[in-house]
Design a protein. Structure first.
Length: 231
């Protein structure tokens, strides 16, 4: 399959650390945690919006903190709930899922189906960011996460090569610091759509880049890399 047969879908699951007013009491005194990488993905929404503008593609995103409910986990995963919400009654959890988790899932699924029209395969790029320090310094600027058992592998290998040509100074790694087949939104969608219909990639940026002199150039490089990947 040629890259020209792909249709791009952009999402961002941890765009901000907002808390619905009705659940504010659960997070009293938690400002430092909410502002940290535990509460959201700094820089991810900024990058995703830049991609959306440059590539003229709509963006689906979540602004509620992942500590309310983890938008990048399945409902059956216990890690979907944080220490602030894990003890809530089942009925309250169902309410949170319906109001703050399901809308994004349903919108993304609908977008995948819509973009498949005309025989296109959807290339889903879910934009995230990772903290530079966790059990030691992480040796990467950009990470591309995918399921190596699917058609995504060859596409991501090509994407890494494009990055290396555009900016050899960027440290690009595949399936680091996380595994692409672990529980996440792309994993959820892979179970619903076959290879010919859907290719999902979690795109991770090092938060150490955010706000630096390299940040604007990095966002431009990411956009150009996707443009070349789709050409």
């Amino acid at each position: 399959m040629s890259a020209s047969s792909y249709a791009l879908l952009l999402t961002c699951e941890h765009g901000d650390n907002r808390i619905p007013r009705e659940y504010a009491a659960l997070f009293k005194g938690a400002k430092d945690v909410l502002d940290s990488h535990r509460g959201w993905d700094p820089g991810a929404l900024d990058c995703a919006r830049a991609l959306s503008r440059t590539l003229h593609e709509p963006l689906l995103y979540v602004l509620w903190t992942r500590l309310l409910v983890e938008s990048n986990r399945a409902p059956t995963n216990r890690r979907i709930w944080s220490s602030y919400t894990a003890s809530l009654p089942p009925a309250e959890k169902e309410k949170i899922l319906e109001q703050y988790w399901w809308p994004h899932r349903r919108a993304v699924e609908a977008a995948v189906k819509s973009k498949q029209r005309g025989g296109k395969t959807v290339l889903h790029v879910a934009v995230h960011s990772f903290t530079n320090y966790l059990d030691g310094e992480r040796n990467a600027d950009i990470c591309i996460l995918y399921d190596p058992r699917r058609a995504e592998k060859s596409l991501c290998e090509r994407w890494e090569g494009i990055f290396n040509e555009l900016d050899p100074t960027l440290r690009v790694r595949r399936n680091y610091p996380y595994r692409g087949e672990a529980d996440g939104l792309p994993t959820w969608l892979r179970r619903k759509f076959p290879d010919r219909a859907y290719v999902g990639v979690e795109f991770e940026l090092n938060q150490a880049l955010v706000g630096t002199k390299r940040w604007s150039a990095t966002k431009r490089t990411v956009a150009e890399s996707i443009r070349l990947l789709m050409s």
